[in-house]
Each structure stands twice: as C-alpha cells, then as structure tokens.
Design a protein around this ligand. Structure first.
Ligand SMILES: Cc1cc2nc3c(=O)[nH]c(=O)nc-3n(C[C@H](O)[C@H](O)[C@H](O)COP(=O)(O)OP(=O)(O)OC[C@H]3O[C@@H](n4cnc5c(N)ncnc54)[C@H](O)[C@@H]3O)c2cc1C
Length: 459
C-alpha cells in the first residue's frame, strides 16, 4: 500500500494515521457524484451540503483525500488567477475582468473564514505576498505589473510597488532592487487544510469513498470497479490527473511543480531573512519559484522546471527530479546566502498541476448532460478551487448569482495538440523560460523570446 506520508513534507507531519476511508460498497444512488477529493471536490461538497443538507453528495477518490496537488502545494492561498487581468479585460471587458479579480480577493478571506468556523487548524496567516525584483529586467516587470493592475482598476491597497529598502525589510534576499506587495494572500499548511476539509464535509453528511478509482464518467453515472454511482450531476475534480480519464487526454496538460523544505531554522537566521508576517514570497524571474516561512520555522520552497512527460503521463516517480531539487537548493542559496553554501533540506517532493491549452481556469455545468467540471488552475488552485466550489454549488442548485455571472463560468478551453506536438511545445517552452532567466541575469535586459513564447501559449 502507498505510504501517503512520503508524498510531501506536509502530509509527513500530520497527526493521526492516513488510513483510507472505506471504498464504495456497490451501486449507489446520489444527487451529486464528485470525482476527486482535493480542494475542488471537497469545497464543492462543502458548499452543497451547507446550502442544502438534504442533498445526497458522494465523493469518489482513487487514493485518499489530499493525495493530489492539494496535499503537496506551496500553501499560497492567493488571489492569483492564471489569466492576467489585462488578458481577461481583452476577452470579457474591463468590468467583468475586475469583478473576477475582486471575487478572487474575497476568496482568500472566505477560505480563512470557513477554516476557522470548521475548526480547521491549518496554520493560517494572512501576511500577503512580497514579490522581489532582483536585477533591472525584474524591476521593469514589477513596474509594468503594478501599472497594468492600476490601469485596470486596482489600487495600491491591492498591489503596490516597493523600493529596495521596503522590499528587503519584508524579505531580505540577495540583490533586491525593489518589488511589489499585495495583502491578498495567506500562508497555509495545505495538507491540514485539505484533510480538515474532508472531515468537515463528512460531519455535514457527505460520503467520501477512498481507494475508489473512477474508470469512466458519463451522463448520470460515475463508474468504478466496485460499482456505479448514479447521479443526475457528476463533477470532474481531477485537475492534473484528468488525462487519465477516458476521453480527457487532451483536456489539460499535467505540469509538475517540485518543492524542498529546510529543517526549522534558528531565530538568528530568521532575523536576517525577515518574512516576519509569514509573507509568501517569490521574484520576477520567468521559471516560477515560490516560498513560504512555515509555522514551524522552515523555508518551504518550490518551482517549475520539471519536464512535461509524453502523452500527459502522470507517475509517482515524476514527482522526484533530482536535477530540479538541486536547482531549487541552488536558488534558495542564491536568495539567502545566510543558509550557507550547502542549503540543508529535509524533504523534497512534487506533484502535477493542470494547465489548459489557453492557460484559462474554468468552471461549469453542462445542463444537457449533467456533467460539471472545475480546474485548469495552473499553480493557483488553493484559492481558486474555493471559488470554483462555491460557483459549482450555485450552478448545481440552479441559483443565479454574482458568482455564476463571472467570466470563467462555462468557458471551454481548446484541446491541447496531439502528441508529439504537445510534448515538443511544452518542453521547448520550459527551455525558453529558463534560458531567458539566464540571459537576463547576464545582460539585465528583459527577454523578448520569453514574451513571444507566452503569447504563443496565450497567457
Ligand atoms: C508542488 C505544487 C505546488 C503548488 N503550489 C501552489 C500554491 O502555493 N498556491 C496555489 O494556489 N496553488 C498551488 N499549486 C496548485 C494547487 O495545489 C492545485 O491547483 C489544487 O490543489 C488543485 O486542487 P484539485 O482538487 O483541483 O486537484 P487535486 O488536489 O490534484 O485533486 C485531484 C484528486 O483527484 C483524484 N483522482 C484523479 N483521478 C481520479 C479517478 N479516476 N478516480 C478517482 N479519483 C481520482 C486524485 O487522486 C486527487 O486526489 C501547487 C501544485 C503543486 C503540485
């Protein structure tokens, strides 16, 4: 049996056993069947049960709740949305774009509210995010981001430019020239959140069946080896694992993000680094990195850069990429020389996230078939999945609301190209981004190649 604790630092330290809940006992009737017990599936179940306790909601999970990205992520509960505000405004107009961004802002507080109300102790700390600009090219990107955000209706209260001293006062990394700060983010312990949420939905009468793989989704039914759940609404909440379902191979591409965690650092080290409010932190390089100061005083630090695997395959070994772990340690050492030349790391792990062809997250319910979905969050699903869950609960109950009017509702992304084109494009993209970072480091000029590639991918 899988040792689920090995899947991430977060799962490794949880109290109590990770014993799977009983599987599906046989054919079952329900009002809503949800496939996947990550944040998306569980938030959907939570809001459905809260709105209508008489609904029979069944969650089917191949492994255990929190097995996927929800039990392994960087713990940024942010208001980041994979489609930028300017891109949303181009597609849907300024007002709807701003409504989407405001809904994301509200979502951060909503996650904190429900976690507190349900007694989920997930090390919540709403300290915001500091994005560092290290070098001229990154500084230009920081300025451009703030200017664009303000041109689209946000203010300094949402995102503001920091000078070098202000940025270093929050996060004293090497070579900081400035940065940005947003209050719209909380650092969380992701596994405590997802496992606590699973218990909360059970208390509200939702049935969760673990070690129950769904082999097919069709109108009115989720099929498993143990039996069929017949339900008028079936929700797909499988994110990076979606290509494993029949007919879904090209819906989203799984992209791996990998992380490392240091041992708890001494107070003197934290006095040098900062992050006193447990701000989540990153910088303006192209190949995304992200970090948080954990409640037990570690640095948890992650990034992309692992290869995309042919035919959207997802395997456990893909979570472990020694080259990427080494690059993450190097990056941490460059950011914080106080960690020494050989940055100590106690845990290294990773997982797949889901990327749609147009880089757009979406949520929806096809009323004709009863099939619902949410995902494509790229690396921003901790908050976005909560908004998805609330929105799905409204759609499923036939309630028209501000949430169901948001522009991502019902959006259909195009399919990814068939192989080998998908493989070539994804891995070429990764190479472009990392060589752009290296050349910016050398020349201090923003990379046009990276911009061009982003445009090709549509984000
Ligand atoms: C390393 C890493 C770091 C990240 N950092 C951040 C971050 O800091 N902030 C942020 O906002 N986002 C982050 N993300 C993304 C975020 O974690 C995800 O967007 C979010 O967890 C997605 O939740 P989900 O419930 O949709 O999917 P998942 O949590 O992946 O859950 C899907 C579930 O479906 C189950 N499943 C799949 N197929 C089947 C099947 N056939 N039958 C039954 N069950 C099935 C899986 O076992 C899994 O439990 C990160 C992701 C990774 C991997």
């Amino acid at each position: 049996m899988t040792d689920y604790r090995h899947l991430s630092y977060w799962l490794s330290g949880l109290d109590g056993p990770l014993t799977p809940r009983p599987g599906l006992p046989g054919d079952t009737d329900a009002d809503v069947a949800i496939v996947g017990a990550g944040y998306t599936g569980l938030w959907t179940a939570w809001y459905l049960a809260e709105a209508d306790p008489t609904l029979r909601v069944v969650v089917l999970e191949r492994e255990i709740a929190g097995y996927g990205a929800s039990g392994r992520n960087g713990g940024w509960c942010s208001a980041l949305f994979p489609t930028s505000l300017p891109a949303l405004a181009r597609r849907h107009g300024r007002d709807r774009a701003l409504a989407m961004q405001r809904a994301m802002h509200d979502t951060v507080a909503e996650v904190g509210r429900v976690a507190a109300a349900e007694g989920i102790d997930c090390d919540w700390r709403a300290g915001g995010t500091v994005m560092l600009a290290r070098g001229e090219a990154q500084l230009q990107r920081a300025r451009a981001e703030v200017a664009q955000a303000h041109a689209h209706g946000l203010t300094d209260d949402d995102l503001r430019l920091l000078d070098a001293a202000e940025a270093a006062a929050r996060c004293n990394a090497e070579g900081v020239r400035g940065g940005t700060y947003t209050p719209h983010c909380a650092a969380v312990h992701p596994a405590k959140l997802v496992r606590g949420l699973a218990r909360a939905v059970e208390r509200r009468g939702v049935r969760i069946h673990e070690r129950t793989p769904v082999t097919a989704l069709r109108p009115g039914a989720a099929v498993t080896p143990a039996g069929v759940v017949r339900a008028p609404v079936v929700v797909r909440a499988t994110e990076g694992y979606t290509p494993g379902l029949p007919g879904q191979r090209r819906t989203v591409a799984p992209v791996y993000s990998l992380m490392v965690a240091t041992p708890p650092l001494p107070e003197e080290t934290w006095a040098r680094i900062g992050l006193a409010e447990r701000e989540t932190f990153s910088d303006y390089r192209h190949v995304i990195v992200y970090g948080q100061r954990t409640a037990d005083g570690r640095l948890a630090f992650g990034g992309r850069g692992a290869p995309y695997h042919y035919a959207s395959r997802v395997r456990q070994g893909f979570d472990r990429e020694p080259r990427v772990f080494a690059a993450l340690r190097r990056a941490l050492g460059e950011l914080f020389p106080v960690l020494g030349p050989d940055v100590p790391v106690t845990h290294a792990w990773g997982g797949p996230l889901g990327v749609a062809r147009d880089w757009a997250a979406s949520v929806g319910l096809d009323r004709r078939t009863g099939l619902a979905w949410a995902g494509g969050y790229v690396g921003d699903g901790v908050g976005t999945s909560n908004l998805a869950g609330r929105t799905l609960a409204d759609l499923i109950r036939g309630v028209e609301s501000d949430l169901t009017a948001l522009p991502w509702v019902g959006h259909r992304s195009p399919h990814w190209e068939p192989e080998p084109l998908r493989w070539l494009a994804m891995n070429a993209g990764l190479r472009v981004m990392s060589s752009a970072d290296q050349s910016e480091h050398r020349t201090a000029r923003p990379s046009r190649r990276a911009d061009l590639f982003n445009r090709f991918l549509g984000h």
